[in-house]
Write a protein that binds this ligand. Structure first.
Ligand code: SAM
Ligand code: SF4
Ligand code: SF4
Length: 335
């Protein structure tokens, strides 16, 4: 079944947040002053159970979703995550099941996740420098833990592993070449992401964004590149190929070259709210319907009607006035 929104964009991808908790406090996502350890995170009863997640994902797949990405918060903090992967793997029509993580717990979990049927892994890595990594994650957990996690993922059979790096002016822009070098040498697939004005508390300012075009220039100054044309209207990344045969690099220009036209992605938060845009200020509370006896047919009708009314194109309309607008935080919605 194909459901299209008011701009004729199909519903094809779903991000499922399994927790709003995290072992990092990256200032661009969960700044510690707003998100202390005593922050009122969701308690167990508020979070969707694996059974509820599976049921909702089946409903979404019935509406055309082919790709599901598990996320958070930090998804590996959710107890027994491989058993959720096993459940989701049984859903017919789900073509791709992936996960985004900060990598800290991969050492233990990469193998069980692979065995459970996870297709691909993305690990966030903003710096290789120990001091900068500590400041960008605002944590005591050393970057070596993440690097060990990436190795464990490779040993478990994930290949290539995707790496996400958010570039911030004045923070890690000087590491673009070092990160690219690491990815090239290790055969990882690296994507540089523009710093976004998600939520309300991360102090985003346009002058802290390093445009993707600038990242491309820095990379090309060391390794000549050519753009890769993909017949993929819903691709968010621009792909570039290294002419020396060392693979590709992706650039996600959410700020300077928005891609709302091709946006086919919904988000289901850990507490069961459906959001149709990363910059949304409100969503549809599916959990209450689910827990008060709604049938699968009812749930499907609710999601379908919400998607059909969807008009979101925040990034194409971003101005100084939209940035301070109340928005749900990324760790609460599912990044
Ligand atoms: N905790 C996991 C992780 O960090 O990979 C998954 C959730 S995190 C919210 C998902 C992705 O969002 C990460 O790659 C992170 O770097 C990115 N992210 C968070 N805040 C961002 C921001 N303000 N701008 C751009 N990307 C951001
Ligand atoms: Fe945690 Fe990921 Fe947000 Fe960093 S980006 S605070 S690792 S959820
Ligand atoms: Fe999709 Fe919203 Fe991002 Fe546009 S701003 S690409 S509609 S999530």
């Amino acid at each position: 079944m194909r459901v299209a929104d008011s701009l004729d964009r199909p519903l094809r991808a779903l991000r499922v947040s399994v927790t709003d908790r995290c072992n990092f406090r990256c200032p661009y996502c969960m700044p510690r002053e707003r998100c202390a350890d005593q922050h009122p995170f969701l308690d167990r009863g508020q979070v969707l159970s694996f059974e509820e997640i599976e049921r909702l994902v089946r409903v979404f797949v019935g509406l055309g979703v082919e790709k599901v990405r598990l996320t958070g918060g930090e998804p590996l903090l959710r107890h027994d995550l491989p058993s959720l992967v096993r459940r989701l793997r049984t859903i017919q029509g789900l073509r791709e099941l992936t996960l985004t993580t900060n990598g800290v717990l991969l050492d233990d979990l990469a193998k069980p996740l692979r065995t459970a049927g996870l297709d691909r892994l993305t690990v966030s890595l903003d710096s290789l420098d120990p001091a900068r990594f500590a400041s960008l994650s605002d944590s005591q957990i050393p970057v070596e833990r993440v690097l060990a996690g990436i190795e464990a993922a490779r040993a478990a059979g994930f290949s290539p592993i995707k790496l996400n790096c958010v570039v911030q002016r004045g923070q890690n822009e000087a590491e673009i070449l070092a990160l690219a070098d690491f990815a090239r040498e290790q055969d990882h697939s690296l994507r540089f992401i523009e710093f976004m004005d998600v939520g309300t508390g991360n102090g985003w300012q346009l002058d802290r964004v390093v445009p993707a075009a600038e990242v491309a220039r820095v990379l090309a100054s060391r390794w000549p590149l050519e753009p890769v044309r993909r017949d993929c209207p819903n691709c968010v990344a621009q792909h570039w190929r290294y002419l020396d045969g060392h693979g590709e690099v992706g650039l996600i220009a959410s700020i300077t070259e928005p891609f709302c036209q091709g946006c086919d992605r919904a988000r289901l938060s850990a507490k069961g709210t459906l959001y149709t845009c990363l910059f949304a200020s409100e969503g549809l509370d599916l959990k209450t319907f689910l827990r008060t006896g709604a049938s699968d047919t009812d749930l499907k009708a609710m999601v379908e009607s919400r998607w059909r009314r969807r008009e979101d194109r925040y990034s194409e309309c971003r101005t100084n006035a939209t940035t301070p607008r109340p928005k749900v935080e990324m760790f609460q919605m599912g990044g």
